[in-house]
Design a protein around this ligand. Sequence first.
Ligand code: SF4
Length: 348
Amino acid sequence: MPAPPCASCHAARAALRRPLSGQALCGACFCAAFEAEVLHTVLAGRLLPPGAVVAVGASGGKDSTVLAHVLRALAPRLGISLQLVAVDEGIGGYRDAALAAVRRQAARWELPLTVVAYEDLFGGWTMDAVARSTAGSGRSRSCCTFCGVLRRRALEEGARRVGATHIVTGHNADDMAETVLMNFLRGDAGRLARGGGLGSPGEGGALPRCRPLQFASQKEVVLYAHFRRLDYFSEECVYAPEAFRGHARDLLKRLEAARPSAVLDLVHSAERLALAPAARPPRPGACSRCGALASRTLCQACALLDGLNRGRPRLAIGKGRRGLDEEATPGTPGDPARPPASKAVPTF
Ligand code: SF4
């Protein structure tokens, strides 16, 4: 049976049905609708004002590739300029290939690219070194906890280096729904309170961040990349199978099979959450070491690095909260997981 005509242009044959609405569209009309929806998200949320210098967190994966492509198309209309900022976490057998994809994108789209590396920013620590260290303490499942905190800091640093006024990341609706589920499952009221909305306004001197693809489903991001023939890196990080996020993803898939709107329902529920004053996180101050935004004496990144340098990564995660307020002491020389001693924990 031939495909029905496109419900938008009525000229071409439909190439897909939109997963949520069921609307049958041709590839060109789907891509135009997708871009219009991202534009609406940016304008309605007043995310990127005219004149903004926008650092796009570029990983080489589908989400950031689609985000950069769409924003490049919308940039003249929004009056913004773009810079790609990629983070090299130091993950052997994974990140090099992903960074190669980012470099090809930057060259093809004629966008400036800056790469910042954990190893340079964080006193010699790479994610592979962190993984060896946390495995030794029985915490290998925590890699993504460390990586998420350090990547946030690295992206901020990269964005500042290029003179950006705003940061955008490629998180899509599925990513956001998984995060909401994880925060519920952990009973993390503070993160739930911060997780709603389209990003953070830039408290405490941090650059404003937003997620223009927050209402786009993962399926539609993949479809957009397909119809625009985008070149992206699609392999999974070697540490991803250990992550707690994988359980939230499986649960979400089952929820979505029973209720197709489950993903967006979760995203919107996080936006609408209103916490009682007692459940709200404390007003953030400045990290005593690096000056970044912190709700304790040390910011999360400095606390994690502190625990790693002391050979006690548990201090900074899970139950070892006391370590967050402790001052750093020298780590154990000769630890194979320890980075070169000549490099100091950074200050920004
Ligand atoms: Fe980092 Fe985890 Fe993502 Fe790998 S899967 S890049 S370790 S956050």
